[in-house]
Design a binder for this molecule. Structure first.
Ligand code: NAP
Ligand code: MG
Length: 514
C-alpha cells in the first residue's frame, strides 16, 4: 500500500461540487421516511418499536425509520459475533486491511450522499460534513496500513539457546458505542480499528444519527466483510447499553461520548458477570472544557479567527470545541471586541443552505441545556453576545458569549456542548495556564503567543492530550494529530495514531529452545 495521505476536504468553491450535494439532498428528501429493517446475520427483523431519525433544523421532517433493538436481539448479535470470531481471527491481516481499503472506496463513491445525510441528520454545514466524511475515509485507510504494521514480526531481545518471538492477536467480541457529533468519522474509526485488528463488533450507533452510520455498515458489507463480523444495531443506549456492556461474552468496550455515560460503562464493565473469564478492556473517550489562551503579544486577528471557528464551528458541539477563552488582561478588551465583531457576522440557518455557518443544535435536550446555561451565565458573568433561541422551528440558537466569567463558576467548569463561550481574564501568562488546567478535563487546548519561552512553558504544563500553538483547537487530522484526552476526558486512546490499534489486540510471546 502507498503511504497514508489525508483526503483533502472540499470547500465547495466549484460549482460541480455544489451540484453534487444539491442533487444528493434532493434524492434524500425524496426517499425520506424509508424504513430499515434490523439485520442480525442472515435474519432481518421488523420491530414494533421504532427509532425515528429527524432533521434538527426541522424536527417534523422524518429522515428514516430504524428498528429499536431489544435486549434479546442484542444478545443474538453478541452470540453471533462470538461464533464468527473463530473464523475472522484466522483471516490474514492483509485480507482484513483490503476490506477497509475497499470500504473507503465505496464511501468515496457516495461522498455527496454522505455529506447530504450529515447536513440533514446532524445539522452540520457542508464543509463540516465533508470534513467528517474525509476523516472517516482517513481512518479506514490509516488503520488498514496500521494492521499490516502490527502484523509484522515484532522486535524481541535475542537470547542464546532460544528462539523468542512476539505477535499480536485480537481480543474477541467488541461493543462499539459512538456519539452523534461525528456520526460518520468517529463511528467508522472506532469500528474499523476493532475489526481490522481481527475482532468482531456489535456497533450501537447514537440514536440521533443512525442514518449516517448506516452508510458505514453498507460500505463494509459491500467491501466484502463476512456476515456476522459486524452487526449494526440501532437502539436506545439507556435500554440496551447496560445489557451489552455487562454481557459476559463481550471482551472489550470502545466508547466515545459524555463523561457521565463513560464512567457508568467503566464501572459496569469492571463487574464480572457469571460465566465471564476475562477482565473487560474499556476504551472511553469523553468530554472536554477546552481553553484557548491569548497572550499579550499574540496576533489578535489570527486569534479571534481561530477562537470563533473553535467555539462556534458545528454549533460548539465538538469535544474539542473552545468553551473557555483565557485572555491576558493587557489585550482583553481589544481581543474581545474582535471576537464580538466576528461573532456578529456569523450566519445561522438551516444547513441545507450552504452559506449558513451555524446550523441547529442536535435535539430538544441540547437546546434546553444551552438555554439553562444562559440563565446560569447571567448570574456568573456578563452576556455580551447572543443568548436567545432563533425562530421556533428547529433547534437554532445564537452564538453566545459571556465575558468576565470566574474560572470556578459552572460556566467555567461544566461541558455545555453548544454555541457558548466563557471569557476569562488572566493577570499574566502563568495565571492563564493555571486557569486553563483548572478543570477535571484535559482534551484540547490552544495558545496564541509570539513569546517563545511562554510557548515552551505551555508545552510543559498545559495538561491536555491535544495542544495547538497559534491555531484553532478543533480539526484534528488522522495521522497528523492523534487524538485523545487526559483526566476525565478519557483514556487518551489517541485515535488516528500509531498506538490505537494496540488497544484492540493482545500480545503473545513464544520462545522455543534450540
Ligand atoms: P452520550 O450521551 O454519552 O452518548 C454516547 C453513546 O452512548 C450513544 O451511542 C448513546 O446511545 C450511548 N449510551 C447512552 N447511555 C448508555 C448506557 N447506559 N450504556 C451504554 N451506552 C449508552 O454522548 P453524546 O451526546 O452522543 O456525545 C456528546 C459527548 O461526546 C460530549 O460529552 C463530547 O465531549 C463527547 N465526545 C468526546 C470525544 C472524544 O474523542 N473525547 C469525541 C466526540 C464526542 P443513545 O444515543 O441511544 O443514548
Ligand atoms: Mg436527528
Amino acid at each position: 500500500m502507498d503511504p497514508f495521505k489525508n483526503l483533502p476536504i472540499r470547500y465547495f468553491d466549484h460549482e460541480s461540487e455544489v451540484e453534487g450535494v444539491e442533487a444528493a439532498l434532493t434524492r434524500l428528501k425524496a426517499e425520506a421516511g424509508r424504513e430499515y429493517p434490523l439485520k442480525i446475520g442472515d435474519q432481518t427483523h421488523t420491530n414494533e418499536r421504532k427509532l425515528i431519525t429527524t432533521n434538527p433544523a426541522d424536527p417534523s421532517q422524518v429522515l428514516a425509520v430504524f428498528q429499536k433493538a431489544t435486549q434479546e436481539q442484542a444478545d443474538q448479535a453478541i452470540q453471533l459475533a462470538d461464533r464468527t470470531f473463530d473464523s475472522w481471527k484466522q483471516t490474514p491481516a492483509s485480507e482484513r486491511a483490503e476490506i477497509l481499503v475497499r470500504a473507503a472506496e465505496v464511501l468515496r463513491q457516495r461522498r455527496d450522499e454522505a455529506v447530504a445525510t450529515m447536513v440533514l441528520e446532524a445539522g452540520k454545514n457542508w464543509i463540516e460534513a465533508d470534513a467528517d466524511f474525509a476523516e472517516a475515509v482517513d481512518f479506514l485507510e490509516f488503520y488498514a496500513r496500521e494492521a499490516l504494521r502490527y502484523a509484522e514480526e515484532q522486535p524481541v531481545t535475542p537470547l542464546e539457546g532460544e528462539e523468542p518471538e512476539l505477535f499480536y492477536i485480537p481480543l474477541g467480541v467488541g461493543a462499539v458505542i459512538p456519539p452523534w457529533n461525528f456520526p460518520l468519522a468517529i463511528l467508522t474509526g472506532m469500528s474499523s480499528a476493532a475489526l481490522v485488528a481481527g475482532n468482531t463488533v456489535v456497533l450501537k450507533p447514537a440514536s440521533d444519527t443512525p442514518l449516517t452510520g448506516q452508510l458505514f455498515a453498507e460500505a463494509m458489507a459491500e467491501a466484502g466483510l463476512p456476515t456476522g463480523v459486524l452487526t449494526y444495531l440501532p437502539g436506545s443506549g439507556s435500554e440496551i447499553g447496560d445489557f451489552i456492556v455487562e454481557h459476559p461474552r463481550v471482551r472489550f468496550i470502545s466508547f466515545t461520548g459524555s463523561m457521565e455515560v463513560g464512567l457508568g460503562i467503566n464501572e459496569r464493565a469492571a463487574r464480572v458477570a457469571p460465566g465471564q473469564i476475562w477482565i473487560k478492556r474499556v476504551v472511553a473517550e469523553m468530554g472536554g472544557k477546552d481553553a484557548i489562551i491569548v497572550d499579550k503579544d499574540a496576533d489578535l486577528d489570527a486569534a479571534a479567527e481561530g477562537i470563533v471557528a473553535s467555539a462556534f464551528g458545528f454549533q460548539g458541539q465538538k469535544c474539542s470545541a473552545c468553551s473557555r477563552l483565557i485572555v491576558h488582561e493587557q489585550v482583553y478588551d481589544t481581543l474581545l471586541e474582535k471576537v464580538l465583531d466576528r461573532t456578529a457576522a456569523i450566519k445561522v440557518g438551516p444547513p441545507k443552505d450552504r452559506t449558513a455557518f451555524m446550523g441547529p443544535v442536535i435535539n430538544q435536550a441540547a437546546l434546553d441545556k444551552v438555554r439553562s446555561f444562559v440563565e446560569i451565565g447571567k448570574q456568573e458573568g456578563r452576556l455580551v453576545a447572543g443568548g436567545t433561541r432563533i425562530g421556533d422551528v428547529g433547534y437554532f440558537f445564537e452564538p453566545t458569549i459571556f465575558a468576565d466569567v470566574g474560572p470556578d463558576s459552572r460556566l467555567g467548569q461544566e461541558e455545555i456542548f453548544g454555541p457558548m463561550l466563557a471569557v476569562m481574564k488572566a493577570a499574566n501568562f502563568d495565571e492563564a495556564l493555571e486557569i486553563a488546567n483548572n478543570t477535571i478535563y484535559g482534551l484540547t487546548g490552544s495558545v496564541y503567543s509570539r513569546n517563545e519561552s511562554n510557548l515552551d512553558k505551555a508545552r510543559d504544563v498545559f495538561h491536555v492530550g491535544n495542544l495547538y500553538f497559534n491555531r484553532k483547537c478543533t480539526g484534528a487530522l488522522v495521522g497528523v494529530h492523534p487524538f485523545g484526552g487526559f483526566n476525565m476526558s478519557g483514556t487518551d486512546s489517541k485515535a488516528g495514531g500509531r498506538d490505537y490499534l494496540g488497544l484492540f489486540l493482545q500480545a503473545k510471546s513464544i520462545s522455543r529452545k534450540v
